[in-house]
Every structure is written in C-alpha cells, then in structure tokens.
Design a protein. Structure first.
Length: 361
C-alpha cells in the first residue's frame, strides 16, 4: 500500500501587526499611535489608554531596528579584540578577550543591540561597518582605528585610555588604584623590599601594573625589582628564584593569580618562604583565593559593558556627549599571605581607596 503524503497544510507566517492596524483598531491617526507608544504628545488619558489597549490586543511590538535606522542608528556596537601576541600567551589572551566579549554581548542584548566584531589587524573595516559605537578595550593612542573612527564620527570606548569628550567614552578599570593599594598593603605589613612578578610587555593592563610599581618604588626610594614570567609558567621557578636572590620580603604578583601561582610552584617543587608576604592580582579566581586564604586585589574589567551601556545609549538617543570616565569597582581582600588586612574600601567619590589594618605590632 502506497503511503499518501501528509496533506496537512503548512501554516503561513502571520502578517506583522503595523502601526496602521493599531490606528484602525483605536480609531485614531498613526501619528497619535506613535505619540502614545513613545509617551509623547498631548493626547488625553483616555485616548492614550485606548491606543495602548489596541496595541496589546493586536500583539503589536515596535520594530526597533526600523525606527533606529530612521534616526540614523544601527543598534549595533563594534568590538575590537586585543592584538595577537606570541603563541605562548595566545591562549590566555583569547580567554580574557572571550570573557570581555561575552559580557559585551549580554549587555548589548539587554539594550536590544547586536555586536559586530572587527579584527584588530583590519581597522579599515570600521569604515564600512554599520555600528553606533566601537569598544576597543586595549586601544592605544597610536592605533589607526582611533583616527578612522574620528573620521567616521563613530564614538569609541576604551579602557584606561582617556579620550577627548567628543571622541567617545573611556573606562577606568581600577588596575592603577588596585595596584597601588596592593603595594601599600605590603608596606603596611612590614615589607621593605617589595618585588613585582609580571608578564612580558605587550598588554596594556600589564604595562599599567608595572608603571604603577615603578612610580611607587621611585616615590619611596626603593630600587624596583621586576621578574617576568610567560603565560605557560615555563619561567616561573626561575622568576621566583630571581626575586628571592634580590632579598624580597614582599611580592606583588600582577601576572599570576594566587591559586595558580601556588599550584604552579608546587608542580615545580618550589616553595615560597614563610616570611615572604604576597598579594596577587585576581581576575576571576576570587573564590579559590578566599579558600586558600591568599591576600588578593580584585579588578572587574568584565563589568565595563554593563556599566557603560546606559550612558552610551542615553548619549546616542539625545545626541549628547557621554560622561567619562566610567569607574569600575575593585576590592582588596585579606588573607594569611600578609600580616595586614584591608579594613575597608571607600567609594564615595567614585575612586576606591583601601585602608589597611596591621595584625602585628
């Protein structure tokens, strides 16, 4: 027996409800519908409510993208990842960039924006990209993308790179203040010869930490002691021994988080001296830092998208200049790796300051 094909008709897609449909249902003009839906105009309360009820009954939802295009906007934000580095650091950098991109996608979606990724090596693509703004977290003053964006009148958002008010927005990530607080805590703990463990130059955030350390040492008359380690920890044991040979009694790890530092040293059969005090930069392993009682300073670059979007959207909708900088929070959390612990953090002026309290005479 030959099986007959299913004769069930395929339902056609339902026609989209338009402003004209709502106007016809409510018995008003399309202009009145636009005023009611956007909270504008001098409509009476009854007329406004009748229009809103008609829109609800018909299941009307405004076409945000069409409305945006009519205003010369695209409801899309560009994202420029960090420039590629050497293969050893490529995986770490990709992980960091993915966290930032994921946070940007979430924040964009909450404001009905899409994200357009622009390769760092192809800044000229910005000329044809249909974006309202571009987020370049690791941009430098010399990057061609900044000049291209200025020529296209596209606002740019940067991390720790101050921009002119008419160029866009910049974000103060907290790396500078957090690094200073970490070094101050080590000094308050009694450390007099503080070394810095960091990575090879190339990423702005690493350069910020080293610059703060160099300035901090200069202001106290201490000779800077810097040891570098690659992302794969291949040089970690030698870097730690180098610091110990210089007699450091305090260590600020700006390249390795506390748990990873301990785990990597254990794998290399290297044990930190008990009298060596440590503060580690923390990007995402805060819970493990607390569990291992590592004194750490936390920064949150992944919070930038959620905090910048309200200001950015308001500036785009009102054709105004966005306020800068957007200041991100940071925390200094005490552990057993220092003899002093943070007692409080002040954010009343938008710039966090950490005070410390010593636990030893």
């Amino acid at each position: 027996m030959t099986q007959q094909p299913d004769q069930t008709p395929i339902p056609l897609p339902r026609a989209r409800v338009t402003v004209k449909d709502v106007a016809a249902r409510a018995g008003v003009s399309t202009a009145a519908v636009s005023q009611a839906l956007n909270g504008r105009g001098a409509l009476s309360a009854d007329t406004r409510q009748r229009i809103l009820d008609a829109a609800t009954e018909l299941g009307y939802s405004p076409d945000r993208y069409a409305a945006a295009l009519r205003r010369g906007r695209t409801l899309s934000i560009g994202y420029v990842a960090s420039p590629p580095l050497d293969p050893v650091r490529e995986a770490t950098q990709a992980q960091y960039a993915m966290r930032q991109l994921s946070a940007l996608v979430d924040a964009a979606a909450a404001h009905h924006f899409t994200v357009t990724v622009i390769p760092y090596a192809r800044p000229e693509l910005l000329r044809s990209a249909r974006v309202d703004a571009v987020y370049a977290p690791d941009a430098r003053e010399s990057d061609p993308l900044l000049a291209i964006a200025a020529a296209q009148s596209i606002p740019v958002i940067t991390n720790d790179l101050p921009l002119p008010p008419d160029a866009g927005m910049w974000i103060r990530t907290g790396y500078e203040d957090a690094a200073t607080a970490a070094l101050d805590l080590l000094a308050a703990s009694g450390a007099t010869n503080i070394g810095l463990l960091t990575g090879e130059p190339g990423l702005p955030r690493l350069e910020i930490g080293e610059s703060v350390y160099q300035q901090w040492c200069a202001s106290r008359g201490q000779a800077p002691i810097v040891a570098r380690v690659d992302a794969a920890s291949l040089e970690l044991a030698g870097s730690i021994r180098e610091l110990l040979l210089h007699g450091v009694d305090g260590l600020f790890s700006f390249a390795q988080e506390g748990p990873r530092l301990f785990l990597d040293l254990t794998a290399l059969d290297v044990v930190l001296p008990r009298d060596l005090q440590l503060v580690a930069l923390c990007l995402h392993d805060c819970a493990l830092n607390r569990r291992l009682s590592v004194t750490h300073v936390c920064v949150h670059p992944e919070l930038a998208p959620a905090l910048l979007f309200p200001e950015l959207v308001n500036a785009l909708e009102t054709a105004s200049t966005p306020s800068s900088p957007v200041v991100l929070p940071w925390e200094l959390e005490g552990g057993s790796t220092t003899r002093a612990t943070p007692s409080r953090i002040r954010r009343d002026d938008g710039v966090p300051r950490a005070s410390v309290q010593a636990n030893v005479p």
